[in-house]
Design a protein around this ligand. Structure first.
Ligand code: NAD
Ligand code: WQD
Length: 349
């Protein structure tokens, strides 16, 4: 029987790429999304790429009864939901400082509502989108999973809090399993160029800013600081291809299905750091597009450098990142150049 999965936030950047990999692996994902940071066009494109119809329910994860209705409907249709892949969250660090209650309500309150609905319906497996941001200022690098948590903003606190909730949730019953995947910096897009990252307004993150400069939507890149103790003074991060990240979710679902119980936090990164200028220069080299930049002061709250120790992901999930920075740039540029306004131009037609 095809295994049915609930994918919260499945219309988002990482969710949509994961849908494709889940479909490829033979799962039947049901998307639950309130489209607060996405649009339905994404899902049409996933259907076009996969050749599979996708069930979509528009709803908010804070609406427990809507989730219970969905789980019950699946059970009655003889396609019970086996596990939940939980992406739905607000993710802008700066906005979380300005609107902390919205972030705690959506990210923490939303997850509690989801877990309660799962408990009501006897669903016991969950993959959670956590973030390397839970670690905060590195005491040592690379970050290993036992690095202490010290988030520096409300968004990061919501991820750390949900991890604690999941630990306690698993502790309360040995039937339960939860995998918190701690993503480093996902960038790039599906190689088809049909789906990718479509930030609303001015991008907060480096890579979509670079692609928007290259496509002519922005004049130049602002490099936040060139006086860090790094290879060239600019910030260093562990960028990973979004398709590699998506595959990590398929392996996490399989890990739980094969009988592993309890809570597990797992880093998903390449284990390699790349500076802001190295990323911009690689992008220019492989795409042939110039990325003019200016140096600005450091961005408050930024750390100098961060990269993962991905050993646990390899040992437990059999996962490793296979796509390099060049491929991330080529695929990200294909998406941006073919969809200069993201999904918007199509939606407006
Ligand atoms: P995204 O904003 O593109 O996707 C999130 C999706 O969740 C969107 O479709 C949004 O409409 C939906 N959503 C938000 N709140 C909801 C709610 N209350 N009910 C239903 N749907 C809701 O973000 P993304 O980049 O795809 O991130 C996915 C997950 O990964 C998030 O949990 C994010 O915090 C986490 N994460 C992202 C990154 C990154 O750099 N993109 C890094 C680490 C962790
Ligand atoms: C990367 C580097 C910047 C933009 C954030 C969140 C984290 C996670 C991923 C969700 C840094 C520099 C950036 C720009 C720049 N999200 N930069 N000019 O800060 O590592 O992580 O996104 O979980 O929680 O904090 O990623 O892409 O914003 O920055 O120079 O316009 O690029 O200073 O060195 P970050 P980023």
């Amino acid at each position: 029987m095809t295994k049915s999965l609930l994918v919260t936030g499945g219309a988002g950047y990482i969710g949509s790429h994961t849908l494709l990999e889940l479909l490829k692996a033979g799962y039947k994902p049901v998307v639950f999304d309130n489209f607060s940071n996405s649009c339905a066009e994404v899902l049409s494109r996933v259907e076009e790429l996969s050749g599979c119809a996708i069930d979509v329910i528009e709803g908010d994860i804070r609406d427990k009864s809507a989730l219970v209705r969905l789980f019950e409907a699946r059970r009655l249709a003889n396609e019970p939901v086996e596990a939940v892949v939980h992406f739905a969250a607000l993710k802008a660090v700066g906005e979380s400082v300005e609107k902390p209650t919205e972030y705690y309500d959506n990210n923490v309150g939303g997850t509690l509502s989801l877990l309660k609905a799962m408990d009501t319906c006897g669903i016991r497996k969950l993959v959670f989108s956590s973030s390397a941001t839970v670690y905060g200022e590195p005491l040592r690098l690379p970050y290993t999973e036992d690095h202490p948590f010290a988030p520096t903003n409300p968004y990061g606190h919501t991820k750390a809090m949900v991890e604690q909730i999941l630990k306690d949730w698993c502790h309360a019953s040995d039937e339960r399993s939860a995998v918190a995947l701690r993503y480093f910096n996902p960038i790039g897009a599906h190689p088809s160029g049909r789906i990718g990252e479509a930030p609303q307004g001015r991008p907060n993150n480096l890579f979509p800013f670079i692609t928007q400069v290259a496509v002519g939507k922005r004049d130049k890149l602002s490099v936040f600081g060139d006086d860090y103790e790094t290879v060239d003074g600019t910030g260093v991060r562990d960028y990973l291809h979004v398709v590699d990240l998506a595959i990590g979710h398929v392996l996490a679902v399989a890990y739980m299905a094969s009988g592993n119980r309890g809570f597990q936090g797992i880093n998903l990164g390449t284990g390699r750091g790349t500076s802001v200028l190295e990323l911009a220069r690689t992008f220019e080299r492989v795409t042939g597009r110039p990325v003019p930049y200016e140096i600005l002061p450091r961005r408050p709250g930024d750390i100098a450098q961060a990269w993962a120790d991905p050993t646990v992901a390899a040992a437990l999930l059999g996962w490793r990142a296979n796509r390099d920075i060049e491929e991330m740039c080529i695929d990200g540029w294909r998406w941006q150049s073919q969809n200069p306004d993201g999904y918007q131009s199509v939606v407006k037609k």
